[in-house]
Design a protein around this ligand. Sequence first.
Ligand code: ZN
Length: 131
Amino acid sequence: MHTLSVKTKNQTEMIDITRDVSAVVASSGIRDGVCTVFIPHTTAGVTINENADPDVQRDILMEINKIVPRQDGYRHAEGNSAAHLKSSLFGSSATVIVAGGRLCLGTWQSIFFCEFDGPRTREVWVQVSGT
Ligand code: ZN
């Protein structure tokens, strides 16, 4: 397993980590298999979406912040229930096929680390399995 470090700058933010994950795949020497990206945090997540137009990331964050309001009578004493909810909605892992030693992503797809309770320094765990 390989650990990536991600420094976030905002409370909610999407950071393209595709290049870092691809580097892990390349260094693994595995040609065909799967790459699992796992987020070991309860107030962050991972998603795969468009990398071409940054407005897509802006729109996703704008809408998720509407769907899950920051304050809504939550009981969790830490005060970051909205971030926990967003983490569960996005999910903690993504799996990408590895073929020919490379991640198989669509033309416009990138892997995004999703911060929901930043800014913080976060970890991303990457495991490449196969032959
Ligand atoms: Zn909490």
